[in-house]
Write a protein that binds this ligand. Structure first.
Ligand code: ZN
Ligand code: ZN
Length: 345
């Protein structure tokens, strides 16, 4: 397995996080936002931003996987060795107000960008590998002006990230309500531009924020994902669902806080089903178990609570039942207190 290009990266992530299918686009956008927030904080506080940058890129890639967008193509279409606004290899937008040196119609500009993309594509067909470092180098050349901006104010970069994210979200919102047909295609194309812009800012930030200039973004990405999921070292990821939803976003969130899903009644039913499954090993509480089972399908929280209490009492008395009963008792106590604070009675 190699991890050189954005294409490789997107594929590797799709293989590791097969279960990202369970995430909605909205959930992925929230993760992107969460990481961007911490990234901005690390920029402002001048602390290590590496992990937030790499995670931001991986959530961006997850978004692309979800929407069937080719991230590498999106970025090369948007930045075919030139700035999409002024068309220069070294952006001059600062002095031209985002316009090319010579006056060009929008159609003509699009045509020129398309030609440059074709040129780049020809080089790729002839053996040029558009590695992540190649893309990063290209963006560094186009936006060399950013080095001065970084020295002037890093806050601009945090603000730019927020702006680009707003644009991604807006395009996605429009895409969601668009009818099939040419209009939708245009919105999808614009969404790809915004995704490419976001990646460009992330890669640019890497250049300035990273302490070790010889440590490239490509190496950082490869060292994080080449051996599978960075937490369980497997491909596909074998992390528990709670761990996955917790840690992958922010290592400080404990798995326990993500133990229960969003719909409390459904979650209560799921937890009870698990408890009933465990209980089959304990004939001593068979009666209490069948009482619980009888109310589990159409759950009335009060009813459930009283059955759980009865079950717990019986388990406490039957302490000769050993480890299973103790751990089950603990789970039931947890569930009782969770129902108390999460399920409306
Ligand atoms: Zn420009
Ligand atoms: Zn994992």
């Amino acid at each position: 397995m190699k991890l050189e290009t954005l294409h490789d990266f997107q594929e590797v992530l799709a293989r590791i996080y097969v279960r990202n299918e369970e995430f909605s686009v909205e959930e992925i956008l929230v993760r992107l936002d969460e990481n961007a927030g911490y990234l901005s904080k690390s920029i402002i506080d001048d602390t290590d931003s590496e992990r937030w940058l790499i995670r931001s890129i991986s959530w961006l890639s997850a978004l692309c996987n979800k929407l069937a967008i080719d991230l590498q193509r999106a970025v090369l279409v948007r930045f075919p060795n030139c700035c999409p606004y002024c068309l220069e290899a070294n952006c001059i937008c600062e002095s031209t107000g985002r316009r090319p040196r010579r006056a060009l119609s929008t159609a003509k500009k699009q045509e020129e960008l398309q030609q440059r993309f074709e040129l780049l594509n020809t080089s790729i067909r002839n053996g040029l590998v558009p590695t992540v470092d190649y893309v990063a180098g290209m963006l560094a050349t186009i936006y060399s002006v950013n080095a001065a901006k970084w020295n002037l104010s890093k806050f601009l970069f945090a603000a730019k990230l927020a702006e680009e994210r707003a644009e991604i979200i807006e395009r996605y919102r429009r895409l969601k309500v668009a009818k099939m047909g040419p209009a939708r295609e245009v919105i999808l194309e614009q969404l790809q531009y915004e995704i490419a812009d976001y990646l460009a800012w992330l890669i640019n930030i890497w250049r300035f924020a990273h302490a070790m200039p010889e440590y490239s973004i490509q190496e950082a990405i490869a060292s994080r994902y080449l051996t599978g999921c960075p937490y369980c070292q497997s491909e596909p990821c074998k992390c528990l669902d709670s761990t996955r939803r917790g840690i992958r976003s922010d290592a400080e969130i404990t798995p326990a806080s993500n133990k229960y899903k969003e719909n409390p009644l459904e979650e209560m039913k799921a937890q009870i089903a698990l408890i009933l499954e465990e209980i089959r090993k304990l004939p001593a509480v068979r009666d209490e178990a069948s009482q619980l089972a009888s109310v589990a399908e159409k759950p009335d929280p009060q009813d459930i609570l009283s059955k759980l209490d009865a079950l717990n009492e019986k388990l406490k008395k039957a302490d000769q039942l050993g480890v299973t009963a103790t751990s089950l008792g603990k789970r039931i106590t947890d569930l009782i207190s969770w129902i108390g604070s999460n399920v409306s009675m």
